[in-house]
Design a protein around this ligand. Sequence first.
Ligand SMILES: [Fe+2]
Ligand SMILES: [Fe+2]
Length: 133
Amino acid sequence: MNSINWNDDIKLGIKEIDDQHFQFVNILNNLKTALLEETSKDTIKQLVHTLILYTTTHFRLEEIFFDKFSYEFSTEHKTEHKAFTDKIMKIKNDYFDDKIEITNDIIELFNNMILEHINDSDKKFAEYYFKNK
Ligand SMILES: [Fe+2]
Ligand SMILES: [Fe+2]
């Protein structure tokens, strides 16, 4: 199982946001390691919980930026955040209710969703930010 490498290509140049994206990658890698080492369910639950907390905190931070700089695509971007949060919450709830297991495929899915979102929507915002800050 490969770990997810932090890649400078996904840097936006906005330190606070980049730092949080970096933390995302770390949490996902910790989850991957936990699965690999067959860590106890309690530990995995704790990591999933941290991921959720991080997701909501991070989206809130970006949305504060959108409002502060009157970002033109704020609504669309917030909708993506909401869809992402709903998806991740559903998986968390199903896991906590013992309906599913957290698998490497799920971590990959989170990873791809996050990277795609950063590369597309977050970068679009960064472009706007540097023109309008
Ligand atoms: Fe982001
Ligand atoms: Fe975003």
